[in-house]
Design a protein around this ligand. Structure first.
Ligand code: CTP
Length: 388
């Protein structure tokens, strides 16, 4: 448990006690400022372990190894986490024992942010939260309400009971229901070069495909993620193959599909690519210009032709005649089912964290409500499990 210098540190005592009652072994690391808010004696007594604040004990030179602390814990929970500590975590700064422990932590890391509403809302803090989230840190949402400053807004630390529940949920091992199964997931946008400087691409960020890969891996599957351009981090336990063009994605996908039990085709693949790629930068002239495009190979349809017993799941992003178009793709590409998302739905589509989809197979259609992409991934994989 990491404690940083926020007024919410007074709740760290209750939190530590609740973790102990829930059966956890707790070792506490405090930042120097946290000691001003709550005493090491309190935390040591409650955790039944000495507190680590400095890299070594100045009295006897006893070295506090951040590496062994990071290795020891199943979960590093930083609560409260100040804007300052999260900024340093995002930047990789290691100027206190808590931060060095974070950088060497191997297992789950969770943070419960606590700060004033203006600090919380600041783009810098929001950016840092996003960076941490993308690196796999679980953020325990702050609550809204009256803050110690007297202001009212979002930023107060989640209540200790909520934090314990979040830790228990995160640590409870997912059923390894897909152990021994192999999957290919394609994700992100392909990039088709026009010349060494320009390209044709699309707005896909890869979030949906990455959520699918992560969920498959958590259920014990062996996952190859063939990824076009995105700025997401590789999910834990997933093998990523980076590609740019549709042609490269085709090659990598065909290879990964061999020996796989199934594939989820989530990438936004270019349907056309420049017929000729200029080897040097194209100079402008006063005339208009045209770029001749040729068709790319349809990866999903190619896998559909050879799939045999393997499972194949596709996506369709439609703006018109959604259902008819999706059903046509289901048949044409030989998918077992297709996930239809509509660009017209609020909260669905590119770059957002939520999605609203329907799962369509040859005999049924299931409309899901608006949910997080992670929850959508869970539902898609639940359906895959029933088909396997
Ligand atoms: N797909 C693919 N390879 C391509 C094009 C698409 O694997 N070259 C996959 C996508 O990953 C998705 C599905 O096929 O799972 C549907 O893609 P979409 O672009 O919506 O359909 P298209 O077949 O390209 O049809 P259109 O662009 O005309 O809607």
């Amino acid at each position: 448990m990491g404690v940083t210098g926020s007024i919410a540190a007074y709740k760290a005592a209750v939190l530590c006690r609740l973790l102990k009652v829930a059966g956890a072994e707790v070792k506490v690391v405090m930042t120097p400022l946290a000691k001003e808010f709550i005493t090491p004696l309190t935390m040591a007594t409650l955790s039944k372990n000495p507190i680590a604040v400095e890299f070594y004990n100045p009295e006897n030179g006893d070295w506090h190894s951040h590496i062994s602390l990071g290795e020891w814990a199943d979960c590093m929970l930083i609560a409260p986490a100040t804007a300052n500590t999260m900024a340093k975590m995002a930047a990789g700064i290691a100027d206190n024992l808590l931060l060095t422990t974070y950088l060497s932590a191997r297992n789950l890391v969770m943070v419960a942010p606590a700060m004033d509403c203006d600090m919380f809302a600041h783009p810098a803090t929001q950016h840092n939260l996003e960076v941490l989230r993308e690196r796999g840190v679980e953020i325990i949402e702050s609550g809204e309400g009256e803050l110690a400053s007297g202001l009212v807004g979002k930023g107060r630390m989640a209540e200790p009971e909520q934090i314990v529940a979040a830790v228990e949920a995160a640590l409870s091992e997912k059923k390894k229901s897909l152990q021994g199964k192999r999957f290919l997931v394609t994700a992100g946008a392909t990039v088709e070069a026009i010349d060494p400087v320009r390209f044709i691409s699309n707005h896909s960020t890869g979030k949906m495909g990455y959520a699918l890969a992560e969920e498959l891996a958590e259920r014990g599957a062996e996952v190859t993620l063939v990824s076009g351009r995105t700025n997401l981090a590789v999910p834990r336990g997933v093998r990523r193959v980076d590609v740019l063009s549709a042609e490269q994605m085709y090659e990598a996908s065909v290879e990964a599909f061999e020996g796989a039990d199934g594939a989820i085709m989530c990438a936004a693949v270019a349907d056309y690519t420049p017929a000729e790629v200029a080897t040097s930068k194209i100079k402008k002239s006063d005339d208009d210009m045209a770029i001749r495009l040729k068709r790319t190979r349809d990866i999903a349809a190619s896998l559909g032709e050879v799939k045999g017993e393997r499972l194949l799941v596709g996506f369709a992003l439609e703006t018109d005649n959604e259902r008819v178009n999706a059903e046509a793709k289901l048949a044409k590409k030989n998918f077992d089912f297709i996930v239809l998302n509509s660009l017209r739905e609020k909260g669905a589509g590119f770059g957002v964290d939520t999605n609203r989809v329907s799962l369509i197979d040859r005999t049924s259609r299931e409309e899901l409500p608006l949910m997080s992409k992670r929850e959508v991934a869970e539902r898609i994989i639940d359906k895959i499990e029933t088909l396997l």
